[in-house]
Design a protein around this ligand. Structure first.
Ligand code: KG4
Ligand code: ZN
Length: 341
């Protein structure tokens, strides 16, 4: 089965064609994919402007579809269409969703609306040897820091989540304080290279608690107070501060993910979401898992941040099982996943 995937939930217009077998099981192969980033359009505002995002999607989506579908061998090759239905920016979601429905209608193809977070979880389907459930998934992005117990495709138990800011949001907010630009996760990781993770004392909220929740708003406040007295033109200071912040964001995620796996008796941990591209998180999680006799898996970095191949993979899972979305189905800005729903 070849599925066209469309992702427009935030500030990336992404399109991909993937191929999987008939059973809706991983692995899947990426036939063609492109991501048109809007970073430059939003950069002057220091964050994503919803109205600009919608307009940029509209301006790009047609030519992106032409180019990706052509690279995949043409429209006749497609067996289904999947588009992100939510959660995300409503206006941005509507562009991809309506575009996907239109293609499906015009070509007589089945279509399905996909949960963006299920898409992130299915990024792990896009490698030759995907991890097999059951496992614990840590899904960390710009809007989410969630721990799930994944039993099978479509069966997600919410174990814990952030009570305030998401991990990616914490990276973005502190990076902004440091003048590193937006989005701030990747530049923060670069700035932290070679830095001393213990140079600055930053809070690790909910550290000693039994629950599997996170909190990053205190870290942001503490970082802002410290940053006021720091000179980021001093290379050592900048490096050490970035490394300390990164560690304070990463350490609680590793600790709680391990606690979740041990309490559920899960054999391994899968990383997902944009923050899973972070080298320190990948490394620290791999080390902690090895120490506990657990396996760990992280998708290739470009598949961690928003992309359409992951949406196509989740769509393939649904379509191959005979699931279809109604033509009347609209976009949803808030949409819990799994048992939380
Ligand atoms: O999943 P994603 O691409 O979009 C959302 O669904 O939110 O995640 C974006 C988030 C941003 O907050 C960004 O700063 C963060 O992922 N991110 C990173 C890295 N690359 C992206 N955070 C830390 N280190 C990175 N290398
Ligand atoms: Zn995302």
């Amino acid at each position: 089965m070849r599925i066209l995937g469309i992702e427009t939930s935030c500030d990336d217009t992404a399109m991909a064609v993937i191929e999987g077998g008939d059973l809706g099981e991983p692995p899947c192969r990426i036939i063609a994919q492109e991501v048109a980033s809007q970073t430059m359009a939003h950069a002057p505002y220091g964050g994503v402007v919803p109205e600009i995002a919608s307009r940029e999607h509209i301006g790009r989506i047609g030519s992106l579809a032409q180019s990706v579908v052509q690279a995949a061998g043409g429209w006749e090759q497609l067996d289904g269409v999947a588009a992100t239905r939510g959660p995300g920016l409503l206006g941005a979601l509507l562009v991809g969703l309506q575009f996907g429905k239109s293609i499906a209608l015009a070509r007589g193809l089945p279509w399905v609306g996909v949960h963006h977070l299920e898409g992130h979880l299915c990024a792990s389907w896009l490698v030759p040897e995907p991890p097999k459930p059951p496992y614990v998934a840590l899904l960390a992005s710009g809007g989410h820091t969630h721990l799930y117990g994944v039993q099978s495709f479509g069966n997600y138990r919410l174990l814990g989540q952030t009570r305030d800011d998401a991990a990616g949001e914490a990276f973005d907010k502190v990076a902004k304080l440091m003048g590193l630009g937006y989005p701030g996760g990747a530049p923060m990781e670069r700035a932290a290279q070679g830095g001393d993770t213990a140079a600055f004392a930053l809070p690790r909220a909910l550290w000693g608690r039994q629950d599997l929740d996170f909190s990053y708003s205190g870290l942001k406040t503490a970082a802002a107070q410290l940053a006021g007295a720091l000179d980021f033109n001093d290379a050592d200071m900048k490096r050490n501060f970035a490394a300390s912040v990164q560690e304070a964001i990463v350490a609680p995620m590793v600790r709680k993910a391990i606690a979740a796996a041990l309490s559920l008796g899960s054999p391994g941990i899968v990383l997902a979401g944009g923050v899973a591209a972070n080298g320190r998180l990948r490394e620290a999680m791999a080390e902690a898992c090895a120490a506990e006799g657990l396996w760990s898996f992280a998708p290739p970095r470009p598949l961690c941040t928003d992309n359409a191949a992951m949406i196509a993979a989740a769509g393939y899972g649904h379509l191959a099982r005979g699931e279809r979305s109604a033509w009347s189905e609209g976009a949803v800005s808030r949409w819990p996943l799994g048992d939380e729903a």
